[in-house]
Ligand binder design. Structure first.
Ligand code: PRX
Length: 646
């Protein structure tokens, strides 16, 4: 049963909030009734344009044709840096907290601007220009933000690949986007451990002839391979480059970045975001959802390799002239109080993290939290997966001491920014609910026939009209974009999530309804993990499903059918795990591998995943309809040999 507790808006939060309850109601109504006027105002307020747009929006979900602010011209980097120089050039823009608790660094807007201009000139000297794709494979170091902004400055399209991905995953992403240049580091440092980024990059690049140069940031000083004529030390190149770099004038619909994310089938999809609409939405949501006020210290713990790191670590806060904190390390190192130590050290006011981190820390007890002050905290945020009410309550009462509203923000790589979320000064909170749609977002729940459910009810979550930060296409594959998001429910953007709406209009996200897993907030396609498993010579077939996991949210359960004559065993399990780690990255390693003789299939040969999910979750008394099974004996055997998970 849902949690029925409601936490009202604290009066001291409401008193200074940008948006209060009444403000939300009137602005939301207006955003749907007069969308063009509404969005024109926001575009004017939040972004500096070189030239005003001719048309606010032009979209048609039947064709997946989406355009915002066409005719307008702007530069994302100018909006994040240059335009703040006069008013706050000497204010901190970025605080970097390194893996080592003794080391942190601050960059003013002026300093960040200088770094970005120099790197932009380095990119130009390397032959990179407008529209070229640049791959960024970096740890959480300031150079990651600098690299993104330098690309934006010269109109190059960045494709950031999470540093936890393997050489093979990096190679696939570089090839798909046909990247020309790679920016990486010798090694990453996380929790005192070294991550061999350059070695991975070297391996990936053996099969990427299109990449002509590699800029290498020296982070650890560890020993690395070097390819003369291709590899360039980042610090040397930047030191030699000029500091003056005029920004490229961009069309509102020119691509800003590509970001790969997993789908239910096939290879990861290169989600494309463009410049104007994305920037308007990033700045506006950052301002209103976190109720950001000038001078506040804002910390988003997400890695730059994910969309949260794009919109809410770099573009949103910097567009607003804010102070953004970037953390290189992990929450539990050197001790499990690291988050709260950093909060105290830098006097963080707004803290945005993922439920998996909250659950992991909650398990370790309250003492690590209570030995820190956290008085500076004002607003807390959650993102990436549903937050269970127990974790929510702990976050609220123990971390926030009942003072700080939690904004549980539902959104996706494809949505570019927050879609359903409380606003701190406007929304009474229900633990576990993402609450109400953001301005301009018309969220609906569809039943199994694709009809809208009015009022309370449960079904799939879809969005009925476009919003400025909506993804425009999948890189090089508009047909796949159309089919994935707009075909199943014509006239809607299909999110892939299930949701319930209660009698107060609050949305409760129930999780993915497709074959996408959410493991510790990381989105993984079951198909990708399966294809990694069947690459092993011993494997004939594999089926991967999720199961409820206390810390990760979902764990990975793999059913593996071996080829004739192959002996199952623990050693083989280890090899299979390694295979997945090599193909995708350590985050995709199965929690459980069960060897099986066969998989439950319908008479037409389709795998019955519903049954595999039930067995993995241990719900064996509740398998549902099994009458279409080709061979019921298969299910009995799977149940007999099932492995206790979770
Ligand atoms: O299932 C939803 C879940 O994460 C998916 C999007 O993953 P990704 O594109 O990697 O972006 C993650 C960061 C925005 C969604 O389809 N999800 C994200 N936020 C929430 C959530 N589920 C429930 N509550 C949330 N707040």
């Amino acid at each position: 049963m849902p949690h029925e507790k409601v936490y009202p808006v604290p009066p001291e939060i409401a008193a200074r909030a940008h948006i209060d309850a009444e403000g939300y109601r009137t602005l939301y109504a207006r955003s749907l009734q007069e969308p063009e006027a509404f969005w024109a105002e926001q575009a004017q307020r939040f972004i500096t344009w070189e030239r005003r747009w001719e048309r606010v929006c032009d979209w048609d979900f039947q064709r997946a044709h989406i355009r915002w602010f066409e005719g307008g011209r702007l530069n994302a980097c100018v909006n994040c840096l240059d335009r703040h120089l006069d008013s706050r050039g000497d204010q901190t823009a970025l605080i970097w907290e390194s893996d080592n608790p003794a080391v942190s660094q601050r960059f003013t807007y002026r300093e960040l601007h200088a770094q970005v201009c120099r790197l932009a000139n380095v990119l130009k000297n390397q032959g990179i220009g407008k529209g070229d794709r640049v791959c960024i494979y970096l740890p959480m170091i300031p150079e990651a933000a600098v690299a993104m902004l330098a690309c934006a400055r010269i109109g190059a399209i960045h494709s950031v690949v999470f540093g936890g991905f393997s050489a093979e995953a990096l190679r696939d992403r570089i090839l798909d986007a046909d990247c020309r240049l790679l920016i990486t580091a010798d090694e990453g440092l996380r929790g005192g451990k070294h991550v061999p980024l350059k070695a991975n990059a070297d391996q990936a690049l053996r099969e990427c002839p299109g990449v002509r140069s590699v800029l290498v940031v020296r982070r650890s000083g560890g020993k690395i391979g070097w390819t003369e004529g291709r590899d360039v030390w980042y610090h040397e190149a930047v030191a030699a480059a000029a500091e003056d770099c005029p920004p490229e004038s961009m069309e509102a619909e020119d691509p800003l970045f590509i970001l790969y994310t997993s789908g239910s089938t096939g290879k990861p999809k290169g989600v494309v975001h463009t410049t104007g609409g994305y920037m308007v939405y990033a700045a506006m949501t950052h301002r209103y959802v976190f109720d950001y006020h000038d001078g506040e210290i804002y910390w988003c713990t997400a890695d730059v390799g994910w969309v949260t790191g794009h919109t809410y670590l770099v573009y949103g806060p910097l567009a607003n002239g804010g102070i953004t904190l970037m953390f290189e390390g992990v929450p539990t190192w050197p001790e499990p109080d690291r988050f709260w130590q950093v909060v105290d050290k830098h006097q963080v006011n707004i803290f945005y993290t993922a439920p998996t981190a909250i659950r992991a820390l909650m398990r370790l007890g309250d003492d690590y939290v209570k030995r820190t002050s956290r008085r500076s905290l004002r607003i807390l945020g959650s993102v990436g997966e549903p937050i269970n009410p127990e974790a929510w309550e702990w976050y609220y009462h123990v971390v926030g001491e009942g003072r700080c509203p939690i904004v549980d923000t539902w959104w996706q790589t494809e949505t570019g920014g927050h879609m359903i979320t409380p606003l701190p000064g406007a929304t009474p909170l229900k633990p576990g609910s993402a609450a109400w749609p953001f301005f301009g977002v018309e969220a609906v729940i569809l039943d199994d026939k694709g009809k809208e459910i009015e009022g309370p009810g449960e079904g799939v979550l879809a969005i009925k009209r476009s919003w400025p930060a909506q993804a425009r296409t999948l890189y090089g594959n508009h047909q796949r974009f159309l089919e994935t998001y707009f075909k199943l429910y014509p006239g809607y953007y299909f999110t892939g999530d299930g949701a319930r709406r209660d009698e107060d209009g609050y949305f409760w996200i129930t999780g993915r309804v497709d074959d996408v897993l959410n493991v510790s907030g990381h989105r993984l396609g079951t198909a990708e993990i399966e294809s990694a498993l069947v690459e092993h010579p011993a494997v004939a077939e594999a089926a991967v499903v999720g199961f409820p996991h206390d810390v990760k949210g979902q764990g990975i359960y793999a059913y593996v059918i071996l080829k004739e004559g192959v002996q199952p065993g623990e050693e083989l399990k280890r090899e299979l795990s390694e295979q997945v780690s090599r193909d995708i990255g350590p985050i995709a390693k199965p929690d459980v591998i069960q060897f099986a003789r066969d998989l439950p299939k319908t008479r037409s040969g389709k795998i019955m995943r519903r049954i595999l999910r039930k067995i993995a979750a241990g719900q064996i008394d509740d398998l549902g309809d099994t009458s279409t099974l080709a061979d019921p004996g298969v299910v009995e055997e799977l149940i007999r040999n099932r492995i206790q998970a979770g």
